[in-house]
Design a protein around this ligand. Structure first.
Ligand SMILES: CC(=O)N[C@H]1[C@@H](OP(=O)(O)OP(=O)(O)OC[C@H]2O[C@@H](n3ccc(=O)[nH]c3=O)[C@H](O)[C@@H]2O)O[C@H](CO)[C@@H](O)[C@@H]1O[C@H](C)C(=O)N[C@@H](C)C(=O)N[C@H](CCC(=O)O)C(=O)O
Length: 521
């Protein structure tokens, strides 16, 4: 991963940080000793599990000429040591310097484009993808970074062919590298997902962020953050990114009030959300009365309706009103679209242009993606893998069908066991029939994971356990009525299953497309 235009002397780079270094030219930076070659500098830092400094010998053996190593001793800051052909430079607080170092190396790429960070438990990926698609439709070359990988928007399918990302939000070095790579491809707008882990670990660091979007906050990642309070605080770290001009909030999630309270006064609030209260005779509503004031702007959906082909609503905003019709399933997709609309309007796009682009949206693959089956129940592939997301997906599906909602899902092995009964409960709230299957069972048996899920159900009769994922979907197709809808949740766009310690190929969208053909009459 080298952007060749960014060859620099380590002397010139470290001089910007007041550190003297020999004049050695490098073509990139890496945190991973396994990626090292003679052209890359290795940055050795202490991690959660391992200490990058233990891999300095490996980096040297792979030809690293420059190694920057974290030191806990402030008096050792800037000290140099030669080992074989490598110079090792000790840097105090190197982990905190990563983003700034990479920004300086890659020539401050975020400054050369508009950047939007999206955070929240659910909806990050869809919002980022919708935003990228819309911005491209509005004539600005756009890119995205997130769970689906990083890509420049090139149309419908090509963007999904990228190598999947190791992390939702890349490490501090890779983040700057990707932005620099985008700049070289003439990208002028990047939307990226900001995970809570990334925010705590400083992976976004000095990345100038024009707009922050908060979608919602529900239970997830408590193994890392400990409490919901800490998890919420981690998300709000996004408000400290440099350059923030506007924050897009969600009136339907109370956590937004904490964001409103924490954001600097100079930052414009854009309130989005579904206005359930509806408009009164004077064209006003509860949401409008609360948020239609000079300090903030709004972007609400009223009179939302759901049908077999998607949904429609009336957009009521500080910029104007319009009718919107979308080929998207699920109430939460209206929320995601509103976040994207609010962002684009905050960026200064013209209202009519935004409305036209929104009315031409295509669905994000693997996110409530409908595979219509002629003469049998429709299949819908979705990535929902948290209790809240699953419940929302299923309850949303109810709006789109007159029949029953079936749900196929599983839970990961060797991960938060407390989540399993909660997933069962969520499925019971939203589905009429439940088929529990395998979703990365890892070292655990799929049957015992299924038992943990079923333990959360009040009526255990609702669920059957069919470990083979394809067989589980077939079971639904065989037993469902034509007017029913089958939600296949958890995998979305992913193309693998981890069983035992093996990662095998399993592309849910491809499997569902095949079954769609087979069962269509
Ligand atoms: C617990 C956690 O978050 N770990 C993240 C953290 O890793 P770390 O620095 O602690 O890594 P480590 O394994 O202890 O290694 C320490 C150092 O040694 C280096 N090393 C290690 C091995 C080696 O052979 N050579 C070598 O140089 C590593 O590159 C690293 O610099 O920093 C790395 C770089 O940013 C991340 O890739 C890594 O994410 C791991 C893989 C992970 O699974 N994280 C999850 C929890 C996560 O971050 N998830 C969120 C999404 C959450 C959501 O769904 O919303 C995400 O943003 O992906």
């Amino acid at each position: 991963m080298v952007v060749s235009a960014f060859i620099q002397s380590i002397k010139a780079l470290l001089a910007k940080f007041g550190v003297d270094a020999p004049d050695i030219r490098i073509e990139g930076l890496t945190l991973d000793s396994r990626e090292v070659n003679t052209r890359l500098a290795f940055l050795a830092i202490k991690g959660h599990e391992r200490d990058g400094r233990d891999f300095i010998p490996q980096a040297i053996s792979l030809g690293a000429r420059v190694i920057l190593a974290q030191t806990e001793d402030s008096s050792a800051h800037g000290q140099m040591e030669m080992r074989d052909h490598s110079v090792i430079i000790s840097l105090y607080e190197l982990p905190q310097m990563l983003s700034a170092l990479a920004a300086a190396f890659y020539d401050y790429p975020a400054q050369k484009m508009t950047t939007v960070a999206v955070t929240g438990t659910n909806g990050k990926t869809s919002t980022v993808q919708l935003l990228t698609q819309l911005k491209d439709a509005l004539g600005t070359r756009s890119a995205s970074i997130g769970t689906l990988g990083s890509s420049v928007f090139e149309g419908d399918e090509t963007q999904w062919s990228n190598t999947p990302a190791a992390n939702t939000t890349p490490d501090a070095i890779r983040m700057q590298y990707l932005l620099a790579d985008f700049v070289q491809s003439e990208v002028r707008h990047t939307a990226f997902e900001a995970s809570s882990h990334a925010l705590v670990q400083g992976r976004l660091g000095t990345v100038k962020t024009d707009i922050a979007v908060f979608t919602n906050l529900t239970r997830d990642h408590l193994d890392y953050h400990g409490t919901m309070e800490e998890y919420g605080k981690a998300k709000r770290l996004l408000l400290q990114q440099p350059g923030l001009k506007a924050v897009v909030l969600n009136v339907n999630d109370d956590e937004s009030k904490k964001w409103d309270g924490a954001a600097d006064k100079s930052i414009t609030r854009i309130w989005t959300g579904i206005d359930e209260s509806g408009l009164d005779g004077s064209g006003e509503s509860e949401c409008l009365r609360e948020h239609n004031n000079p300090q903030s702007r709004h972007c609400f959906a009223t009179n939302a309706s759901y049908h077999a082909g998607g949904c429609s609503f009336e957009l009521v905003s500080s910029w104007g009103s319009a009718a919107i019709s979308l080929p998207l399933f699920g109430k939460f997709n209206i929320s995601n679209v509103l976040s994207a609309i609010g962002t684009l309007l905050a960026e200064g796009e013209r209202f009519d242009d935004v409305v036209n682009a929104v009315n031409a949206i295509t669905p994000v693959p693997g996110r409530m993606e409908v595979f219509p089956v002629t003469g049998a129940a429709n299949l819908v592939v979705d990535y929902a893998h948290t209790p809240d997301a699953l419940e929302k997906v299923l309850l949303s599906a109810k709006f789109h069908t007159t029949g029953k909602v079936w749900c196929v899902f599983g839970c990961g092995g060797d991960r938060d066991k407390g989540k399993r009964p909660l997933m069962g409960q969520a499925a019971e709230v939203g589905a009429d029939a439940i088929v529990i299957t395998t979703d990365n069972s890892r070292s655990e048996s799929p049957e015992s994971i299924a038992e943990d899920i079923i333990a959360g159900l009040k009526n255990r009769e609702l669920a059957v356990s069919i470990p083979d994922r394809e067989q589980a979907i077939r079971h639904c197709l065989e037993h469902a009525h034509e007017s029913d809808i089958i939600i296949v949740a958890g995998k979305g766009h992913e193309d693998y299953q981890i069983i035992g310690d093996k990662k095998t190929n399993y592309n849910e969208r491809a499997v569902v497309a095949r079954l769609q053909q087979e069962y269509s009459k």
